[in-house]
Design a protein around this ligand. Structure first.
Ligand code: 2P0
Length: 352
């Protein structure tokens, strides 16, 4: 089939940080989680991804200026196969993706990366998808990418008939097998939040920007399969989500932070109890947690959340962000960055 050189698109997407975490898949192939999760999209660390169809026989993928290889290449080509299958087209693609965040350091580069790839590749292959379908598509690349389709706050539905939870938290068996079409039911959507009233900022402590020791994919698998604490966390996550939605709606940043911190620490507890343990927390992470506690004793609303790496994010009021950043920098002698609510994934032509 002749290749139309107009079949090209560039998209920009931002990472998101979950305030109620996604940890554990009930279906690896479809990337279906056990629990709902809820996040804030950031205004820092965008990923820009271009997709151009080509007459070449194989996809060519460049990540941060270098040819992708191995697992990274396979994840992108598998994703493109899915897009081609949906579009009924066979052409290969040239993909160029540039992160402004260290890749694989637990700073959500796969969320911004696959959200940008979903928007750019769907457009290049002529798929007309609404935001919900884009989030379902992005989910297949990386679960958290489903949420980066949206700006502000987003909830990703696990897509379990009759609400999330119920268990058992192992592959096969149990109520999950009777989901009508979980692929259709598992998508993200925006959460209405009075952002001006809430006035949130995330102070990011860059404690270690090297790649993580265990991929989050493997760490999730191990946690679900072996951690005796996993089920308890997944069950409590349901309560956390309901309370989080209410706290966000009433613009109660203190409650939002409290729920986010307990949800994140609970998630790390499940990993520490996995066999063998997965430990992303470092001594520097604990130093930041101490500084956050001290800030609270001093009357500042500050709560921490930690993902698949030692880097720690502190949720606080925008007006307190400089004070929080100073305290974190002084405690951990690290680079600190202040992020606020950012936009959803956009085609380059839509970026203002
Ligand atoms: C989250 N994380 O909710 C959680 C919290 C890290 C800790 O989603 O296997 O890159 O590609 O679906 O989305 C990181 O995992 O994992 C993540 P895959 P992903 O943000």
């Amino acid at each position: 089939m002749p290749v139309d050189v107009s079949d090209a698109a560039t998209a920009v997407a931002h990472p998101n940080i979950a305030l109620v975490k996604y940890w554990g898949k009930r279906d690896e192939r479809l990337v279906l989680p056990y629990t709902d999760s809820l996040s804030m999209t950031l205004d820092v660390f965008p990923t820009t991804t271009s997709v151009r169809l080509t007459a070449a026989e194989a996809d060519e993928v460049t990540l941060d200026g270098r040819p992708a290889q191995g697992e990274a290449l396979r994840r992108v080509t598998d994703f493109l196969d899915l897009v081609r299958q949906r579009a009924g087209r066979a052409e290969r693609a040239l993909v160029d993706s540039r992160n402004t965040v260290p890749t694989g350091a637990g700073l959500a580069s796969s969320a911004s990366g696959f959200a940008a790839l979903a928007v750019a590749s769907a457009t290049a292959y002529g798929l007309r998808l609404d935001a919900r379908d884009l989030s379902r598509l992005a989910r297949r690349g990386s679960g958290s990418a489903a949420r980066s389709i949206y700006g502000g706050f987003a909830v990703w539905h696990a897509g379990v008939a009759g609400g999330q939870g119920g268990g058992p938290y192992d592959q096969g068996g149990g109520p999950y097998d009777s989901d009508p079409d979980p692929d259709l039911a598992s998508y993200a959507e925006p959460v209405p939040v009075p952002v001006e009233e809430l006035d949130p900022a995330l102070v990011i402590a860059l404690l270690d920007t090297g790649p993580k020791s265990v991929s989050s994919r493997e760490a999730m698998r191990r946690t679900v399969a072996t951690s005796p604490l996993y089920r308890g966390w997944a069950d409590s996550s349901r309560t956390d989500l309901a309370e989080m939605r209410r706290a966000l709606l009433r613009g109660d940043l203190d409650a939002v932070g409290e729920i986010a911190e307990r949800n994140a620490l609970g998630m790390h507890a499940t990993m520490l109890a996995a066999r063998p343990a997965v430990r992303y927390l470092s001594p520097a992470t604990l130093t930041v947690l101490d500084a956050v506690q001290q800030l609270r004793r001093d009357g500042v609303s500050a709560h921490a959340t930690i993902d698949a790496g030692p880097n720690t994010k502190v949720l606080c009021r925008s007006s307190d962000a400089d004070r929080v950043a100073d305290a974190v920098r002084a405690a951990a002698s690290c680079q600190v960055l202040v992020a606020r609510c950012g936009p959803g994934a956009l085609l380059h032509s839509e970026v203002r």
